[in-house]
Design a protein around this ligand. Sequence first.
Ligand code: ADP
Ligand code: 5GP
Length: 194
Amino acid sequence: MNEGRLIVLTGPSGVGKGTLLKHLCQRHPQLQVSVSLTTRAPRPGEIPGQSYIFVSREEFQAAIQAGALLEWAEYADHYYGTPRQAVEQALQQGKWVILEIEVVGARQIRQNFPQARLIFICPPTWATLEQRLRQRGQDSEAAMQKRLERAKQELQAAPEFDAQVVNDNLEQAIHELEIRLGLTYADNVKPPQE
Ligand code: ADP
Ligand code: 5GP
């Protein structure tokens, strides 16, 4: 069986990982996104089972105990984790699976899947990161402060990963990710404009 590829996008909250992932997946249908478990409440517009699988703390603990998570971490008072079975099954089927996770979980993937490709997304400046978190406008001030505090530590981890991509101009960042990941275009998909 053709072994798939495991790709990880990591970096601080608000840097644009979700935005980059959305564009990459639109342009490269061969990418399969892993849907994470989380104990945080859904934000307006988030679709259960699509944005996240929203679970209670008890359900999350049970998933850890059952070994059902490929990696997991606590982040700003909530738990987040990657369901093992769906990812392993897709990889066995030769698919390209992409995870969008924070740094603690990304380190677990690096340790357990040495063949995975892990990309750290950097903000152009600290002020930009703060501005993006605020403009998203979906976190309380307290939650935002926790995320900014965590982001300071996370930024120091950037050199641990296989490559670093600065998300300043969105199109340029997508293009650089495509190069780093060896993604080529399907015939029916238009490449980003330079
Ligand atoms: P993350 O998934 O890393 O938490 P998001 O993808 O939710 O981050 O992005 C945070 C905010 O920044 C969103 O409002 C998004 O539209 C915006 N954003 C993302 N990338 C860029 C970019 N290159 N330029 C300007 N704004 C961006
Ligand atoms: P948010 O609450 O903004 O959706 O996510 C908070 C942080 O958790 C983000 O950095 C996001 O990438 C990360 N995250 C989302 N899913 C997972 C997961 O399954 N595992 C880990 N370790 N982090 C995750």
